[in-house]
Ligand binder design. Structure first.
Ligand code: ARG
Length: 458
């Protein structure tokens, strides 16, 4: 059944129907479409546009359709243009003429705006929960690794020693910001467009506040033309999803590096790795690579949405139907990636001795050796030069600073004493970094306590 056959004298060309239809993808929000219709007729009855009997009959019919879709009894057949036509046609088939009153004071333009909002609003909450599970896992890793030393890098060159807790803590902050972005989006988007009609409201005395509150919105939107053509919340969401993917992708990149034979900082669990069809020795980090790869796909959705919207005059234009497939795809992709990433982290082994040895062998304590000399009265620039000589000496011998004998230290500068070993131990180097946000275990404990509070409250 068509919702708009009256004005036409010819059948739609089949290719046009196929090109125009959206049922193949907007069926994804059948539940929200029905939920919105139930709220709409509840409001219509409250303002006496429908009788209570008509309302009840329509709601019963809609609930029946929902149940039959869920049980598989009712299939989405291709002759319907979209989910809205599909539901309305089946309603009329089931309850007769009363069903024809469902669409009173409503257009598919405000209806689809509502459905998409209801759908994405749920998804925002689900993604927020998945991020929380990830944060809980990172929190566990942080608590267990306050004293797991590893090199911190700049330019992917070993720089100064940090701890695994500190490194993972950086991602904790990123995902925390991601959650707060989702929260912001939720708060901004949570206003109801229904009752805006096609673009200019309706002549029926609809109670938009009531429909909005029945659907859990903070209130109704305030401009009907904007309401039917606003897709800002999708752009914001896709942007937030892109940022989540960017964070996951950076972490994956590090895990891929850490998992190499050369680094061996971590071992990805067998259950999260795959093999090669030809090289029997291989165990590949495919999951991390795929997450990194899928990042491009989510960015693509954001750019598509921005581009689709950029030339659209007010109000609704059919171009907007294009908002759905890539938004759905981006949402499903991000949800899958967060879940898999969390599982991979949960099962991954950290090779702690290798991490610590790598920090030592990479001269990450060179700054601390220079600071040691400064504390003994050597000007920093001279200390920098002296430690440079130590490093050259060690590179030549293939050893770490800690492996030098005191005589070797003294031969380069007589200022060195026996306490140099303690001063450049990984433990001292990390313990001394005690400004808030640094890897020192005392301040890290504080941060972990903040995080604990955060996880309880959010
Ligand atoms: N399938 C359409 C969409 O997704 C629903 C709105 C159709 N409105 C219209 N005037 N043709 O945007």
């Amino acid at each position: 059944m068509k919702l708009w056959g009256g004005r036409f004298t010819k059948e739609t060309n089949q290719l046009v129907h196929n090109f125009n239809e959206s049922l193949s993808f907007d069926q994804k929000f059948y539940k929200q479409d029905i939920q919105g219709s139930i709220a709409h007729v509840t409001m219509l009855a409250a303002v006496h546009i429908l009788t209570d009997e008509e309302r009840d009959l329509i709601i019963e019919g809609l609930n029946g359709i929902c149940a039959d879709i869920e049980s598989g009894k009712l299939e989405f057949t291709r002759e319907h243009e979209d989910i809205h036509s599909f539901v309305e046609a089946h309603l009329i088939e089931r309850i007769g003429d009363t069903g024809k009153k469902l669409h009173t004071g409503r257009s598919r333009n405000d209806q689809v705006a509502l459905d998409m909002k209801l759908y994405t609003r749920d998804e925002v909450q689900q993604i927020n929960e998945l991020l929380k599970e990830l944060l809980e896992e990172l929190h566990v890793i942080m608590k267990e690794n306050l004293h797991t030393y590893m090199p911190g890098f700049t330019h992917l060159q070993k720089a100064q020693p940090v701890t695994l807790a500190h490194h993972v803590g950086a991602y904790f902050e990123m995902f925390k910001r991601d959650r707060s972005r989702l929260q912001d989006i939720y708060n901004r988007m949570n206003y109801s467009p229904i009752g805006s009609g096609a673009l200019a409201g309706t002549t029926y005395p609809l109670d938009r506040e009531l429909t909005a509150s029945l659907l859990g919105f903070y209130g109704p939107t305030l401009n009907s033309m904007d309401s039917v053509s606003d897709r800002d919340y999708l752009i914001e969401l896709l942007s937030a999803l892109s940022t989540i993917m960017m964070h996951l992708s950076r972490f994956c990149e590090e895990i891929i590096i850490w998992n190499t034979n050369e680094y061996r900082f971590v071992e990805i669990d067998d259950s999260y790795s795959t093999g090669s069809s030809i090289m029997p020795q291989k165990k590949n980090p495919d999951i991390a690579e795929l997450i990194r790869g899928k990042t491009g796909r989510v960015y693509g959705a954001l750019v598509s949405m921005l581009t689709t919207m950029k030339g659209l005059p007010l109000a609704y234009n059919k171009d907007m139907q294009e908002d759905k497939e890539f938004t759905f795809d981006a949402i499903d992709t991000v949800k899958g990636c967060i879940s898999l990433f969390t599982g991979m982290m949960k099962t991954m082994k950290f090779n702690k001795p290798v991490m610590e040895a790598s920090a030592k062998n990479g001269f990450t304590n060179a700054t601390d050796a220079a600071d040691y000399l400064v504390n003994k009265g050597v000007p920093f620039r001279d200390a920098h030069g002296i430690v440079g000589q130590l490093v050259l000496f060690c590179i030549d011998k293939g050893i770490a600073l800690d492996d030098m004998t005191l005589d070797e230290f003294k031969a380069i500068s007589p200022v060195f004493e026996d306490d140099i070993y303690e001063a450049i131990s990984m433990k001292t180097c990390v313990d001394k970094r005690m400004t808030l946000g640094a890897p020192g275990p005392d301040v890290m404990e504080k941060v972990i306590a903040f995080n604990e509070e955060y996880l309880k409250e959010n």
